[in-house]
Design a protein around this ligand. Structure first.
Ligand code: FMN
Length: 176
């Protein structure tokens, strides 16, 4: 059986982003049979339906989504909403078929950030993605200065992320 390809989408461009840190930790904890790639959402142009198919960065992202077995998504909440960075990327992807039935694990780095999570679930479900509930994890990272080293060293957090990866692998392999 071939390896599993996961695509990690972070809604934060902040250098010391907790959301990116969680996704980076997942990549570090992933077994050797699982590859995690990080497309740079910050380089995408602003969504304009008139320009669909015209931007190489967007075409490349669409191809990465189509080739991925599953998605790992983490977004900060800004003013009760999904980050513009992530929403912009999702808007470019709405028109394609890449999300249809794609297994998705959601990561929330702040338990109080419930509005963005709810909105994100709504958007992803509307795009026909399959949220894998048992792979979704909330960690209380806000204010902790946690980076991937700290997250890996916290047994409960590392365990929750390993378990999330296991659930994604189970779901993906069950479809093969
Ligand atoms: C402009 C701004 C607005 C924010 N609005 C909210 C909010 O409405 N609800 C919330 O829970 N956190 C809010 N936060 C906190 C961020 O979600 C938090 O700092 C998060 O860690 C940022 O993600 P990152 O660490 O991945 O960059 C806000 C932060 C900023 C800078």
């Amino acid at each position: 059986m071939s390896g599993i390809r996961l695509l990690a989408l972070s809604g934060s461009l902040r250098r010391q982003s907790y959301n990116t840190a969680v996704l980076t930790t997942l990549a570090e904890l992933a077994p050797s049979t699982v590859r995690v790639d990080f497309p740079g959402l910050g380089q995408l142009p602003l969504f304009n339906p008139d320009e669909e198919g015209l931007h190489p960065q967007v075409v490349a992202l669409e191809a990465q989504i189509a080739a991925a077995d599953g998605l790992l998504i983490a977004s900060p909440e800004y003013a009760h909403g999904i980050s513009g960075v992530l929403k912009n990327a999702l808007d470019w992807l709405v028109g394609g078929a890449g999300f249809v039935d794609k297994p998705i694990a959601l990561f929330n780095t702040s338990p109080r950030a419930s509005h963005a999570q709810a909105a994100l679930r709504d958007v992803l479900t509307t795009m026909s993605g399959q949220i894998v509930e048992r792979a979704c994890v909330t960690l209380p990272l806000l204010g902790t200065q946690a980076d991937p080293v700290v997250i890996c060293a916290q047994p409960d957090w590392a365990q929750a992320l390993r378990s999330s990866l296991r659930e994604m692998v189970l779901v993906i392999n069950s479809r093969r």
